[in-house]
Design a binder for this molecule. Sequence first.
Ligand code: ZN
Length: 162
Amino acid sequence: MSSLTELYQNVILEHNRSPRNYRVMDDADRQAEGNNPLCGDQLTVWLKLDGDVISDVAFQGLGCAISRASASLMTAAVKGKSRREAEDLFERFHHLVTGKPEPADSETLGKLAVFSGISQYPTRVKCASLPWHTLRAALDDGGRTDGRKGVVVRPSALPPKD
Ligand code: ZN
């Protein structure tokens, strides 16, 4: 095992043990549920939007270490980003976990690069990308909570496509 792989595994294990932004958000503007039946991963993502900017993000769920660590790193990565920047990050992340990174991706992904080894394990790609699909669903209009605390008006759970 290379030391880089080891470093990456340590980051994933650490985020699994102590996930960031792991809580229920009572006053969220957006909410979506994600489900990966292949592995049993389930999570809810909550967002607060300030105009076009993700001012706060939280998640909770049950799942494997990969999905929890990915959700944790995702929340840390998208907080304070605009919707467009978050979408862009997802695109680059998706290139990475499906084994098709572009030269610029690794520079902009930061800590998310710890998932670069995932592309060798196709069944785990869904675990890593589930939180991002759920984030996208929350950002879509279907994710609006309509001012009702923590209640989904129209569930927008999307099965991961890859
Ligand atoms: Zn999983």
